[in-house]
Design a protein around this ligand. Structure first.
Ligand SMILES: *[C@@H]1O[C@H](CO)[C@@H](O)[C@H](O)[C@H]1NC(C)=O
Length: 652
C-alpha cells in the first residue's frame, strides 16, 4: 500500500469515484443524534442476599468435569473425586455485605492454604505449546482491521478502493470498481467489511462507503465501533457501527480535523477518543465517543515532526493512557508523556536505541498488564514494551525492486512510564520480527504472532514469514521470559490481525502483501504470498486439555456485570478445587482495535481481590477511568494460569 507509484496511478480513478459518490450522498443531518441502544448485555442480575439459587439449575457444560482434589469431602459430606458420577453440591452462603469476610470460607472444611500472604501460587504446568485450527476457510474479506464487539462479533474490513474482495455484498450493493487485478471489471459488488461470529464462524457483510484503508478505530463506552480516517474519500471520515442485529455503519466523510491515514486512536478517561497522527498530520485531536459531527479540537504534536525519517517511521504511533490521565506517545524511537488536554509535553523519555519501531519499520508494542491488586491502585507503576522493527532506512530498500530485505530486529525494550529517570531494559526475542501482533492474554502473559523476519510493512516488502508464536511472561526474570509455541503453516504478514476471544482462543486472520486480492500464481504470476481469507484460531498453552479440569466457570447470571469505579463486585464461579486468594487472579481486558501490527486501546488490568472461595470471588473494580476508560471489558477469573471463559462487563 505504501507504494507511491500505485497511488499516483490510482488517483484519477479515486477522484472520479469520490465525485460520483459524493453527489449521491445522504448528507449527515446536523445535530442528529444516534441511537445507541445496543441489543446485548446491559442486564445485571445482582447476587446480593440471594441464598437460594441452585447452581445446578444453570446450564454448565463443565459440571461433570473431574474434580481436582481427589478424594476429599466438603463440609456437607459431598465427595470430590467421583469423576462425574455424583453431582457436587456446594453449600450456599448468605452474602451481600461485601466488606465482611465470610466465615463460611474458613469453615467449609477446605484447607484454605498457607500461601495467602506469600504472593500468588505458581501457574499449573503444561508441556502443551498450543494448537492451530482453521475456523473458516473463506471469510471473504481479508482482515486488515479488526475489533471484537460485546455481541461476540468480530468486525473486520480492508479497503473499498483496491479491487474486489472474495465475497458478494448481501443485500446486493455495487459501486464503481477502483483498482483491481488485471482484467478485473466493474462494478464492484463485493463487500469490504464483515461481521464475523466468533462462536459459529458465520459471516455477515457490512456496507462501507468511505475508504477505510489504513484507518484507526476503537470501541466506544457504549460498545460501538468508532472507525476513523482511512484513505482518499475516507481521510477525514468517521464511522459508527453499533453492535446490534442488522446494524450498518453510519458514516460522515468530513468529521475529522486532518487526514488520518495511519493514525492511532485510544480512549481517554472520560470516554472521548484521542486520535494521534497520520501521514503528514503532525497533530492530534480529541473526538467525542458517540457523535458523527462535532467541533474540532486539534493540537500540534512536534514529536511526530521530530521523529519523521526519510521513509516516515512515525506512522501508527504507539499511544497509551497512563494512571495520571496523561498519555504516552511513542513514534519511531522517541517518546514523550503528553497532557492530552493542553498539548503540553510533560516529559521526554529516553530514546529507544537500535533503529525504528513504528510504521513502516513496524515493531510491536503493548502496555504490560497493570496490577491493581495492591495497596494503592490509583498510584501503580505501568510499563510499556516495544519489540522488533527494523533499521531506519529499511523501507527504502524493501519498497521497490530490486528489493533488499533487512533482517528484522529481535530486541525489545521495556520502560516504566511512571518513574522519572527510568531507562529502557533490553532483552531479545527468540526470533526477529516485523509487523507482528502483540496481544495481552487473560493470564497476563503476552502473545506475539504473525509478521515477517525480514523487510518492512508495504506491498511485497517483506519475506521469510515468522510462523512461530512467542509467549512472553513479563514477571519472569530477564532471559527467561520468552517461549516459542507451535508454529502455524499460514504466512500472515502485511495486513494481518489477531484478537483475543472470550473463550481464550486467539482469532488469527488477514494478510495481504499484494495490492489487490490475489489467490494463486496461475492468475497472478507476480504474486508471492496469497491474500488470506482463511480464518484460524490458535489455542495458547492455557487451553491445554489436561488443564481444563482447573478451569473456573463463571456463572454469569449470578455475577455482577455492571461495575462502578472502585466498587466491590461479585463473580460467581464453579470450581472444583480448594482455593484461596493466592490461587486466583481476576483480570479485565479491553478488546483492542488491531491493525498493522498494533492493538490500539489494549489493556489488561489485574484487579484487587477482597475475598475468594470456590464459589464467589469478590473483586474490586478499577479506581477510575484513568486506569480503565469507560466501556466494555472481558473479565476473566484465572486459576493458577488457567482462565475462565471471559464475561463481558461494563464500567463507567
Ligand atoms: C473529555 O474531555 C475533553 C477535554 O476536556 C472534552 O473535550 C470532551 O468533551 C470530554 N468528553 C466527554 C465524553 O465528556
Amino acid at each position: 500500500m505504501s507504494s507511491l507509484g500505485k497511488i499516483i496511478v490510482l488517483l484519477p480513478f479515486l477522484f472520479f469515484c469520490v465525485f460520483a459518490r459524493v453527489s449521491s450522498l445522504n448528507p449527515v443531518e446536523e445535530g442528529k443524534s444516534i441511537n445507541f441502544q445496543a441489543g446485548f448485555g446491559g442486564i445485571t442480575i445482582g447476587i446480593g442476599g440471594s441464598g437460594s439459587e441452585n447452581p445446578d439449575d444453570e446450564s454448565d457444560p463443565d459440571h461433570d468435569k473431574k474434580p481436582v482434589n481427589g478424594d476429599e469431602k466438603d463440609k456437607d459430606g459431598n465427595k470430590f473425586g467421583s469423576g462425574g458420577e455424583q453431582r457436587i453440591r456446594f453449600p450456599f452462603p448468605q452474602f451481600g455485605n461485601h466488606g465482611e469476610p465470610r466465615k463460611e470460607a474458613k469453615e467449609s472444611g477446605y484447607n484454605t492454604g498457607a500461601a495467602t500472604n506469600d504472593g500468588p501460587k505458581p501457574d499449573f504446568e503444561t508441556n502443551f505449546l498450543g494448537s492451530w485450527k482453521v475456523d473458516n476457510p473463506n471469510a471473504g474479506v481479508s482482515a486488515m482491521h479488526i475489533q471484537l464487539l460485546p455481541n461476540n462479533k468480530a468486525v473486520w474490513y480492508d479497503t473499498v478502493n483496491l479491487g474486489k474482495s472474495n465475497i458478494l455484498a448481501d443485500p446486493p450493493a455495487c459501486r464503481g470498481l477502483v483498482g483491481g487485478r488485471q482484467g478485473e471489471k466493474g462494478p464492484d459488488c463485493t463487500a469490504h467489511a464483515i461481521e464475523y461470529d466468533v462462536e459459529t464462524a458465520q459471516v455477515k457483510t457490512l456496507k462501507l462507503e468511505y475508504d477505510t484503508w489504513c484507518s484507526s478505530g476503537g470501541m466506544s463506552p457504549n460498545g460501538a465501533l468508532v472507525s476513523t480516517g482511512g484513505n482518499q474519500e475516507g481521510f477525514r471520515a468517521l464511522r459508527i457501527l453499533n453492535p446490534c442485529k442488522n446494524c450498518q455503519f453510519q458514516e460522515n466523510p468530513e468529521a475529522l480535523s486532518a487526514n488520518r491515514w495511519y493514525a492511532t486512536q485510544i480512549l481517554l478517561e472520560n470516554g472521548s477518543f484521542v486520535l494521534v497522527g497520520g501521514r503528514a498530520a503532525h497533530n492530534y485531536e480529541i473526538i467525542p465517543p458517540e457523535k458523527l459531527d462535532f467541533p474540532i479540537q486539534q493540537f500540534g504534536l512536534p514529536l511526530l515532526d521530530e521523529s519523521q525519517d526519510e521513509k516516515e517511521n512515525n506512522l501508527y504511533p504507539f499511544v497509551n493512557l497512563l494512571p495520571d490521565g496523561n498519555i504516552f506517545v511513542f513514534s519511531n524511537y522517541k517518546s514523550i508523556i503528553l497532557n492530552p488536554y493542553t498539548g503540553e509535553t510533560l516529559r521526554n523519555l529516553p530514546d529507544l536505541p537500535g533503529g525504528s519501531r513504528s510504521y513502516p519499520a513496524s515493531g510491536m508494542s503493548a502496555l504490560l498488564p497493570i496490577n491493581l491488586n495492591v495497596e494503592n491502585p490509583e498510584n501503580v507503576d505501568v510499563e510499556v514494551i516495544v519489540c522488533g522493527g527494523n533499521a531506519r532506512d529499511a523501507f527504502k530498500f524493501s519498497e521497490f525492486p530490486p528489493r533488499k530485505f533487512f533482517t528484522a530486529f529481535k530486541d525489545c525494550g521495556r520502560l516504566i512510564l511512571t518513574k522519572e529517570g527510568a531507562q529502557w531494559e533490553k532483552e531479545d526475542m527468540p526470533s526477529p520480527r516485523v509487523m507482528g501482533d502483540m496481544l495481552l492474554l487473560p493470564t497476563g502473559d503476552v502473545l506475539i504472532t504473525n509478521g515477517a523476519q525480514a523487510g518492512t510493512s508495504g506491498w511485497d516488502a517483506a519475506e521469510t514469514p515468522n510462523l512461530t508464536p512467542v509467549l512472553y511472561s513479563p514477571n519472569k526474570n530477564n532471559g527467561e521470559r520468552f517461549k516459542e509455541l507451535t508454529p502455524t503453516d499460514i504466512p500472515r504478514m502485511y495486513h494481518s490481525t489477531s484478537a483475543v476471544l472470550p473463550d481464550g482462543q486467539i482469532l488469527i486472520a488477514g494478510s495481504n502483501t499484494n495490492d489487490y486480492y490475489k489467490f494463486n500464481k496461475a492468475d497472478n504470476p507476480e504474486m508471492i504470498y496469497p491474500t488470506e481469507v482463511i480464518v484460524q484460531k490458535f489455542s495458547p498453552p492455557y487451553l491445554a486439555p489436561e488443564l481444563q479440569q482447573y478451569k473456573p466457570n463463571i456463572l454469569e447470571v449470578f455475577s455482577d456485570k455492571e461495575l462502578k469505579y472502585g466498587g466491590e463486585f461479585n463473580v460467581r464461579i464453579r470450581l472444583n478445587a480448594q482455593i484461596d486468594q493466592s490461587d486466583i487472579k481476576v483480570t479485565m481486558y479491553s478488546p483492542p482495535f488491531t491493525t498493522h501490527g498494533y492493538s490500539m486501546n489494549q489493556r489488561l488490568l489485574i484487579l484487587g481481590l477482597k475475598q475468594v472461595t470456590h464459589r464467589i470471588v469478590t473483586a474490586v473494580a478499577p479506581p477510575s477511568g484513568k486506569l480503565a476508560p469507560p466501556g466494555y471489558y472481558l473479565l476473566f477469573v484465572v486459576h493458577r494460569g488457567v482462565p475462565s471463559r471471559g464475561m463481558w462487563v461494563h464500567i463507567e
